[in-house]
Design a protein around this ligand. Structure first.
Ligand code: TMP
Ligand code: ASP
Length: 248
């Protein structure tokens, strides 16, 4: 693929977005930076960006195959994803199947209590304000989104959840919760963007309940990269490993 990478147009805490010679496309660079607590805890973990880009690419492909449009075009090389350019909506859309994390700190749920239907929680993406949870009235009053678009986002998130949960369960992983972000493409359609990786999801081994995601880093435990690699080795098939030249 002959794509020229241009200027950095957005620098996030773990990814950078670069323009390309095609105004409709960007390159997403997955870096090794890892943060928690809105950036209060910071580190670099060698090869983390590499694994997150591959895991995200695989999930985006699973979703595309289920008819869900995503920002993903191709993995140019591990760590570097060619994507459609989106105007991102500053919302963090969290879907929860099993009670964990901040839900247990904030509400009297039982650990590992399951939710059917899943819970959808929408937070305002703002480090300055600490990503506060929104309700429909606040989101509309802040001019972040309208009611009709919120409905589309919730419906799409439930479909994404069902697709990924079925896929992961078939591989022996539980999918307690995950966070996704959406943006508008050039025609104003709402499209799934950002990443879907152990930085933004919880994955538990269904037999042992081993934690295989960023909670290890959040809790100061070791074995972060080993857990991310284990997720990759579980979700990738032999064909994926071959085309992305990965040894696991
Ligand atoms: P929480 O239980 O800490 O609210 O996290 C819910 C899900 O959202 C979990 O899968 C991790 C993900 N997440 C992010 O992707 N970014 C964040 O800043 C936070 C707090 C959580
Ligand atoms: N995304 C948040 C941060 O970058 C924290 C988290 O994922 O827990 O600080």
């Amino acid at each position: 693929m002959n794509i020229k990478i241009g200027n950095l147009i957005y620098q996030g805490k773990a990814k950078g977005i670069y323009e390309t010679d095609d105004p409709k496309k960007v390159v997403v660079e997955f870096r090794d930076d890892i943060t928690a607590g809105d950036g209060a805890k910071k580190d670099k973990i060698s090869t983390k960006g590499f694994w997150n880009s591959i895991i995200s690419a695989k999930f985006f492909e699973v979703l595309e195959n289920a008819g869900i449009k995503t920002q993903y075009i191709d993995l140019i090389k591990p760590g570097c994803m060619l994507s459609w350019k989106l105007e991102m909506i500053p919302l963090e859309v969290i879907t929860r199947n099993i009670a964990a994390g901040s839900l247990l700190r904030r509400y009297p749920f039982q650990p590992k209590q399951t939710f059917d239907p899943p819970i959808i929680q929408i937070d305002y993406k703002s480090d300055e304000y600490g990503d506060p949870m929104l309700n429909t009235d606040i989101a509309i009053a802040l001019d972040l989104i309208d009611e009709e678009k919120l409905k589309i986002i919730k419906g799409t998130s439930l479909k994404i959840n069902k697709t990924l949960k079925d896929f992961l369960e078939s591989k022996g992983l539980l999918f307690p919760d995950f966070k996704i972000e959406y943006g508008y493409d050039m025609d104003g359609n709402i499209i799934l963007g950002d990443e879907i990786s152990p930085d933004t999801c919880r994955f538990w081994d269904s037999e042992t309940c081993d934690v295989l995601d960023k909670d290890l880093f959040r809790q100061g435990e070791s074995g972060v990269i080993e857990a991310y690699k284990r997720v990759a080795s579980i979700i990738l098939d032999d064909e994926d490993k071959k085309r992305w030249n990965i040894e696991l």
